[in-house]
Design a protein. Structure first.
Length: 152
């Protein structure tokens, strides 16, 4: 049973040992820990079209749910335009993206997300992909609150 638990922890990091009865270990998964993906976009682009921003946020929400394998019902998106920013010493259009999720993102996931989100930002906002930074952060469940409690 121990090797099975290790396997599950490697693929589903939120699997927890709930309690132990005699020699039988009972496993449970806290559904609250499965959720909480967030993507926040900050850009120097001034006043983009609101319909364009809405379409972008909807696409990013669906894509983040797909990439993290989490329900879109728990995905949050945020967008902030007209942020004074420089990149490489210039004020040419640029973008900073934060992606946070309870659990752990793998190197393969973050690489695919970087490709996908950079491409989408370039298409939607005309920001060159080489002027986009993305910060990926794994969050501990107890460090994020929702609905009067935390995810941990």
């Amino acid at each position: 049973m121990t090797s099975d638990v290790s396997t599950f922890r490697a693929t589903v990091p939120v699997l927890q040992v709930a309690r132990k009865r005699s020699s039988t270990t009972i496993l449970s998964m806290s559904s609250r820990q499965l959720f909480m993906p967030l993507i926040k976009v900050q850009t120097s682009i001034a006043n983009p079209d609101s319909a364009q921003v809405t379409d972008l946020l909807k696409h990013l929400s669906a894509a983040l749910a797909k990439h993290t394998r989490k329900p879109e019902a728990y995905v949050m998106t945020a967008f902030e335009s007209s942020v004074p920013m420089t990149f490489g010493g210039t004020t040419d259009p640029t973008c900073y993206i934060e992606i946070k999720s309870v659990g752990s993102m793998t190197p393969d996931q973050t690489k695919l997300m970087s490709q996908d989100f950079c491409q989408q930002i370039q298409q939607s906002l005309d920001v060159p992909v080489d002027r986009i930074y993305i910060e990926f952060a794994d969050a501990k469940g107890y460090m994020w609150g929702w609905n009067g409690t935390t995810f941990g």
